[in-house]
Design a protein around this ligand. Sequence first.
Ligand SMILES: *Cc1c(COP(=O)(O)O)cnc(C)c1O
Length: 364
Amino acid sequence: MIPMVDLKRQYQDLKEEIDAAISNVLEETRFILGPNVNALEGEIAAYHDLSYAVGVANGTDALLLALRACDIKEGDEVITTPFTFIATAEVIALLKAKPVFVDICSDTYNIDTSQIAGKITSRTKAIIPVHLFGHPADMDPIMETAKKHNLKVIEDCAQAFGAKYKGKKVGSIGDIGCFSFFPSKNLAGYGDGGMVITKNKETAEQVKMLRNHGSSKRYHHHQVGHNSRLDEIQAAIIRVKLKKIDQFNKARRLNAAAYCDAIKSKNTILPVGASGCEHVYHQFTIRAKNRDFLADALQKKDISSAVYYPVPLHQQEVFLKLYNYSDKLPQSEKCSREVLSLPMFPELKLEEIRLIADVINSVF
Ligand SMILES: *Cc1c(COP(=O)(O)O)cnc(C)c1O
């Protein structure tokens, strides 16, 4: 059986260090906003060459607190992609603002920047590009449009820790970068976790306050906040893995190259890396017209595959009930019907990749 992600392999490799890190937290007993959260914030800020990083409870809260720090509220509009995990747009709706969806480019699966300007209104306040599957969104035109219309840019980097756009790490280009440490992400804990990064001091202070009940001094509360702190045990685990993240991402790129070498079928479209982009392959996603048939064939050989994502967000029941979307977003709809993600993780073996490719080649 080849799973989408095998977390056991990485744990076996890092067991000694991880167990020691957890055990240290238990000995220290500083469980909430302790020394590991503080150290990880410094290390992740430095990794991105920024001054500020604030740990939060999960990636969804990272986005939510980032939007609140940008003062997004009822009646505002936020431009984003419909081809992403629900969390990206859910947080906009939670604040009673409206997600405005712009179609994607079918080669990178990221927002089609040429269509953003056409969706800007007097209510537009921000853009959330998503670096989907680990491939950076095209940030230059996004930043240019944002500057021209005075919009905030919040990067959803949940799937792209360590990816680079024209030499810069994703998350360090817009006003705010948001990360998730959900167990299957490229940099991950063994539970929920998230991080907000920014070059702006006030934004960092806002998020720090919001994650801790709207308070900067104990029992003095300035605004309605959240309980959304990064857990100390997760921070200790993530610190061990952060030291190896570039190595892990490199292994993912090598695995992707091996897949591209081995898949010969002309009926599948392989993922691309746009020029100037360093992809970190959170997912290895191919496209095929008879995607479901292919998924069945893989399943028969005990190989997992997954559809990210089967329903684009402008067609999700939850949003159709809240907003009357009528726009057709043909690329997103087509990709939802054709994408198939294959097993991908740093420890995936070459012989496993070859086996998977053989099944794909023989199906078509
Ligand atoms: C995982 C993910 C999130 C949410 O992160 P959680 O930590 O699960 O809350 C947000 N956006 C994208 C694109 C994701 O993949």
